[in-house]
Design a protein around this ligand. Structure first.
Ligand SMILES: [Zn+2]
Length: 664
């Protein structure tokens, strides 16, 4: 899935943890995310890194309340980001961005210019900007204007200063940081940063029709892809091979990165033995678990992916680096069977923590309570069941894209096939959330599908899918409206299901399906959108505010988990690939944050899931999804999963052996 768009991370501040050392006049701080076991800030892992300027790419903003040498900072600096030991970036009250680069001993202007701008001939500009002569003095930081920095550095600085920014198919989405008591950064500034020319502000304004000329904190500004400079236009999701990471890591030294690059990586599989056993050492300053490496197991999959829940390439790489360093491992490719891998405890998923650990107990209690609240309905042949199908992305939002393979196009085809199967074989009524003008709901008659961009959300009036964030929000508003109407017409609450179909972009060693359900601890409080684009739609006006009571949230987690497990079981019965570890998850873990995707978070349908049918980051999965046969198999397996969920019914929950507290 293209996480940005589904999670609405950028406009869902409640789900973000506060930044470390939030500082100055910019109030970047947010209420903390309800993580079960808070993780410490990522330390700096630079042991694999050879190039001097790469100290620390943690992906976490480091804003220092007390910069080491304030005298060197531009006047009116309101935020500082540490990019590497040698490079910091300052954001001023006038929204100027500058890099502060510490020269090496014996450095020359040309060498410094080449490092930071990619072009040695820019040295004169940089020297002039600093009012310096031909000689570069070490020990004093050099100021480099943002416009002179090379692309990778620009992107790194922007991503660090503005952690809510995201990139998607439509372009770059910038969240205005603003500040207390003064206006947010101007569209002109935003145009300068992202397009290289302030005059493009007019084009940006066109792309954000409801945006006023002045900006306010928290507003989202879309910079259309066609306007973006090279720094910001690459990498639709910025995840699997971030430019900066690709540039800074020597592939031969970094198994995770090498994997991403050529995908020549063994598939991660769960070992045959049941329940991997861990022992724990809690008396050291940094407590850890110990896992003995089994025959044929690789560190990245059997340890990094399995025990920490990380699935995104960069996350897997980061965790792997930390484990390698923690253990002093010299060569990950040559680790003996039986090697005792020490895994820092704060990396572990709750279920792998020691029995009795508060975080593990909390997770178990939540699981038990949600199963108890979940009163599953029974329906033979899906009689009286309403299925709301949501094909992820669409229109100009391609989702994850690997070459010509767009997530949006292939998951739409799976959805149309599922619709057809449901209507042909069962008594279920199907509602779709989107439709393609040219395709309608006819499954493709070819293996490779030509990309269409004419999908719209079926709200009243309809919304031609342009802005992916708006698209996601309108989908759940629509689903909530369909749900209300279904209840009014006499359908039981538990007989409505919502399934959002996606395809993932994960570490290439991973294959198969994975399901997300709304973990109750992430689904609390109220949420609403009141921008004109939303209020123009009847489904939003009907009830702009969505609220989940704690009981509703608990029941939804339990019901949704039941459905997700039925669907995943069905995939296994059909011999379709399933994610090797934890195929049903109640939250996304990414870059140290945890959240539930917006499409199922704000959704009121009690039984709901987001299904990733495969991992487009894996070559084999990518080949398979480009065949009609596989897409049909996927649809049939989802169908069979829904059927068995309703046929298991209440009495059989205990037999299914999945949900604790069954047998009611
Ligand atoms: Zn997606």
């Amino acid at each position: 899935m293209a996480l940005f768009w589904e999670t609405g991370r950028a406009h869902e501040p409640l789900l973000l943890p506060p930044l470390q050392h939030s500082t100055f006049n910019i109030d970047y701080s947010r209420p903390p995310a309800p993580t079960a076991h808070p993780r410490p800030p990522n330390p700096c892992y630079n042991f694999l890194v050879r190039k001097w300027w790469v100290g620390c790419f943690t992906g976490v903003v480091l804003l220092y309340p007390h910069p080491a040498s304030p005298a060197e900072l531009p006047k009116d600096t309101i935020a500082v980001a540490r990019i590497s030991p040698e490079i910091r970036a300052a954001l001023t009250r006038e929204y100027e961005i500058e890099a502060l680069v510490m020269p090496h001993a014996g450095d020359a202007w040309t060498r410094l210019a080449r490092r930071v701008s990619g072009d040695a001939s820019k040295w004169e500009d940089i020297a002039q900007f600093n009012g310096s002569d031909d000689n570069l003095r070490s020990g004093k930081a050099i100021r480099v204007p943002f416009s002179l920095l090379r692309a990778g550095l620009q992107r790194e600085i922007i991503s660090t200063l503005f952690p809510h920014d995201q990139t998607g198919a439509a372009g770059w989405s910038h969240m205005v940081v603003g500040g207390r008591g003064f206006e947010g950064e101007s569209l002109w500034k935003i145009a300068e940063w992202f397009t290289g020319d302030g005059a493009n502000y007019a084009e940006i304004r066109k792309a954000n029709p409801t945006q006023e000329l002045s900006t306010r904190k928290g507003e989202l500004i879309l910079i259309p892809r066609r306007l973006l400079t090279a720094a910001f236009s690459g990498g639709a999701e910025g995840e699997n091979a971030p430019k900066t990471a690709a540039e800074v890591r020597k592939p031969e030294n970094d198994p995770a990165q090498r994997s991403s690059a050529d995908e020549d990586v063994p598939e991660a599989t769960a070992s045959a033995s049941v329940g991997p056993s861990l022992t724990y050492e809690r008396t050291t300053s940094e407590p850890y678990a110990i896992y003995r490496l089994q025959k044929g197991e690789a560190l990245y999959s059997s340890v990094a992916i399995r025990f920490t829940g990380r699935v995104y390439s960069k996350d897997v790489g980061d965790v792997l680096e930390r484990i390698v360093r923690f253990n002093g491992i010299e060569d990950v490719a040559r680790m003996p069977v039986g090697y005792r891998v020490r895994i820092p405890m704060d990396l572990l998923l709750p279920e792998y923590l020691p029995a009795g650990d508060p975080a593990r107990l909390a997770a178990e209690a939540s699981r038990r309570a949600s199963a108890q609240y979940a009163k599953r309905a029974r329906a033979r042949n899906l009689t009286g069941v309403r299925v709301v199908l949501d094909a992820g992305h669409g229109g100009r939002d391609s989702g994850t894209a690997h070459g010509d393979v767009w997530e949006s196009i292939y998951v739409y085809d799976v959805a149309t096939r599922l619709k057809r199967v449901l209507e042909k074989k069962s008594a279920a009524k199907v509602s779709m959330t989107t439709k393609s003008t040219s395709i309608g709901y006819a499954p493709a008659d070819s293996d490779v599908i030509e990309a269409e961009q004419d999908h719209y959300v079926l709200t009243t009036p309809r919304y031609l899918l342009d802005d992916a964030i708006v698209g996601v929000n309108l989908r759940w508003y629509l689903a909530n409206s369909i749900f209300r109407r279904a209840i009014k017409s006499g359908i039981e609450r538990e007989k409505v299901v919502f399934i959002s179909i996606h395809a993932d972009s994960l570490h290439p060693s991973l294959r198969g399906a994975m399901a997300y359900v709304p973990g109750e601890r992430f689904v609390r409080g109220k949420y609403e959108k009141r921008d004109p684009v939303y209020l123009a739609r009847a489904e939003v006006r009907e009830r702009p505010t969505v609220r989940h009571s704690p009981d509703d949230a608990l029941a939804a987690e339990g019901l949704s988990r039941g459905l997700a497990e039925s669907v995943i079981d069905s995939f296994e019965r059909s011999k379709l690939k399933v994610h090797p570890f934890n195929p049903v998850r109640d939250n996304v873990v990414r870059e140290g944050r945890e959240w539930v995707p917006a499409i199922i978070r704000h959704n009121l349908v009690p039984t709901r899931m987001l299904l990733e049918v495969c991992n487009l980051g894996n070559r084999r999965d990518r080949e398979l999804i480009q065949t009609r046969k596989y897409r049909q198999q996927l649809a049939e397996a989802i169908y069979a999963g829904i059927v068995s969920y309703y046929e298991e019914g209440r009495g059989d929950v205990a037999v299914a052996g999945r949900a604790a507290g069954g047998g009611r």
